[in-house]
Design a protein around this ligand. Structure first.
Ligand SMILES: Nc1ncnc2c1ncn2[C@@H]1O[C@H](COP(=O)(O)OP(=O)(O)OP(=O)(O)O)[C@@H](O)[C@H]1O
Ligand SMILES: [Mg+2]
Length: 221
């Protein structure tokens, strides 16, 4: 589903060159749930951003669903990202002055879809994450765990085949973290969604099918 070959990522600023990733070969199968672990600064977020087509590698190739991405024009890339990939971040990234229903609808705005249909899908996604009774709330009126569940609803509302989560439980206590893990596992089990999660939590990583470990930009085992 996601195939990375010979990936290099170098960040250049005027003075320094940081090699964030080097020699990464990784295949994530359709419907697989994997976790990425490693110390701070080892390249986990960089790797996830490459998988999510948010950033381009300095070398190597990224393929999504068997299609090489390097050849895509910007608009095709944006469409592919919007349809196939849902993102969840550590700090939720919700829009504060939109209701949670409006937040969840955001990915659907890029598709031609009537407002009533968007609303129906957003409400279904919120029900799925257990927030059916909070549709009209604003992010600030919810707990951290609830806000992260809104972020998951937003990630899945367009039924992407891939969900990428960067330390989704990093700001949450362990009970709320378990709830988020349960949701991600349910996506994999019921929808065969491919899930890639960055985590510092070994107990969570053990619940996934495979742990990819990074150290200094390289995969280690
Ligand atoms: N935009 C950028 N410009 C320059 N260097 C960057 C940039 N983004 C990341 N880096 C560098 O690339 C390396 C990998 O960063 P990355 O954010 O992928 O680490 P990480 O494993 O996600 O760390 P953490 O666990 O702290 O989130 C780090 O050395 C970082 O300083
Ligand atoms: Mg990171």
């Amino acid at each position: 589903m996601i195939a990375l070959k010979g990936i290099e990522k170098v960040y250049r600023t005027d003075r320094i060159e940081t090699v964030a990733l080097s020699g990464i070969d990784l295949d994530v199968r359709e419907g697989e749930f994997i976790s990425i672990m490693g110390p701070s600064g080892c390249g986990k977020s960089t790797l996830l951003n490459l998988m999510g087509l948010l950033d381009a590698p300095s070398g190597g190739t990224v393929a999504i669903g068997g299609e090489r991405v390097a050849t895509y024009q910007d608009r095709a890339l944006a469409r592919l990202r919007n349809r196939e990939i849902g993102f969840v971040f550590q700090s939720y990234h919700l829009v504060a002055d939109l209701s949670i229903t409006d937040n969840v609808e955001i990915p659907l705005l890029y598709r031609r879809m009537p407002g009533s249909e968007r609303r129906t899908l957003a409400q279904a996604a919120l029900e799925r994450v257990g927030l059916g009774s909070r549709m009209h709330h604003f992010p600030s009126q919810l707990s951290g765990g609830q806000q992260q569940r809104v972020a998951i609803a937003r990630a899945i509302v367009g039924r992407p085949r891939i969900v990428l989560a960067d330390e989704p439980t990093g700001n949450l206590d362990s009970q709320m973290g378990n709830d988020i893990m349960a949701l991600l596992k349910d996506l994999q089990a019921r929808d065969r969604t491919t899930v890639v999660m960055v985590t510092h939590d070994a107990h969570q990583a053990e619940q996934t099918e495979r742990i990819v470990r990074l150290f200094d930009g390289r995969m280690v085992n």
